[in-house]
Design a protein around this ligand. Structure first.
Ligand code: SAH
Length: 294
């Protein structure tokens, strides 16, 4: 049965509000930064094969903060290179923030930014219609695969763009996180719209294994304080609940039983732990670094 619930991504401004609150309440970006500065450098060192010009594609880059952190490490491993960076991002608000961020920096002259205000599948169509043969050295999709209609096709396409030694980096919530539990339990009720939101790295790995792709994965432990979700009528709690379920105004539009079941599971040890009276949700992420097809 089709779900009557509306996806949060259809309301960009509410989505952005919820996403920013999520960043405030979670260690999402901190754990990514740890990874970027401790593990990513060795991965980046292996790309490029000594070339002086690298092609990078950022898919769903958001406001660019994470992209620029990655570039700082890329630059250290490949001093003197120039970079062509294709930013694929459908949200004009996010692209604007990204451009503002770039304008504030004077150390990015080695990067040519190409702004593609479009979805990944529109980018794919454009790439194919222009019959592009350019290969990419590094492609990243950080927390974006939830928003595509067909994750397998998306991974297949972007992986096919990799040059020899290239890497496709995917970050999503881990199948072992609270998100994994929540989505496994309520997938059919929450994720019945046209895009495949309730996806974790467990799904990505099943696909990669099925096509025999070589990859390496890294778990990034992370947490999110969801205490406000349990205060009836709390505005932040409602936004966080929307973000967790990916449903627009979940608290008001979901059938009461579904809402009660979701709230119950959210504070269950399968999803969260209690600490000093706070409910701390398991937000563990996972990075999957995929090799090109051989
Ligand atoms: N990578 C950033 C932003 C993650 S939020 C970070 O980790 O901070 C997900 C981003 O994907 C949003 O900016 C959203 O606008 C973008 N997005 C949504 N649907 C998309 C699609 N179909 N193709 C590409 N990007 C998409």
């Amino acid at each position: 049965m089709a779900s009557p619930l509306k996806s949060l991504v259809n309301d960009d401004s509410r989505y952005q509000k919820a996403f920013h609150l999520f960043l405030e309440r979670s260690s999402e970006h901190q754990c990514m930064q740890d990874f970027i500065h401790k593990v990513l450098p060795d991965i980046l060192a292996s790309i490029g094969n000594g070339k002086s010009h690298l092609n990078v594609i950022g898919v769903g880059s958001g406001d660019g903060h994470i992209d620029l952190e990655m570039f700082s490490e890329l630059r250290l491993k490949h001093p003197g290179v120039t970079v062509d960076h294709q930013v694929v991002e459908p949200s004009s608000q996010q692209l604007y923030s990204y451009k503002v961020l770039v304008a504030q920096r004077s150390d990015l002259g080695y990067i040519t930014f190409n702004w593609n205000k479009m979805t990944s599948s529109e980018f794919e169509d454009q790439w194919k219609s222009k019959q592009m043969t350019k290969k990419a050295d590094f492609i990243h999709m950080v927390q974006m695969l939830y928003y595509v209609a067909d994750i397998e096709a998306t991974i297949r396409f972007f992986r096919s763009l990799l040059d020899k030694n290239g890497k496709l980096l995917i970050i999503l919530v881990s199948g072992d996180s609270g998100w994994g539990t929540l989505w496994r339990t309520f997938r059919s009720q929450l994720c019945a719209c046209e895009i495949s939101q309730c996806v974790t790295t467990a799904d990505v790995k099943v696909f990669l294994d099925s096509v025999g792709a070589k990859y390496t994965s890294y778990a990034l432990p992370s947490q999110m304080d969801i205490t406000e979700c349990f205060a009836e009528g709390d505005e932040n709690g409602e936004l966080l609940l929307d973000f967790l379920t990916e449903v627009d105004r979940f608290g008001h539009t979901a059938p009461p039983q579904l809402k009660a079941d979701v709230l119950k599971l959210l504070r269950d040890p399968a999803c969260s732990r209690e600490s000093n009276g706070r409910v701390i949700f398991n937000n563990t992420l996972e990075v999957v670094v995929v090799d090109p097809p051989t």
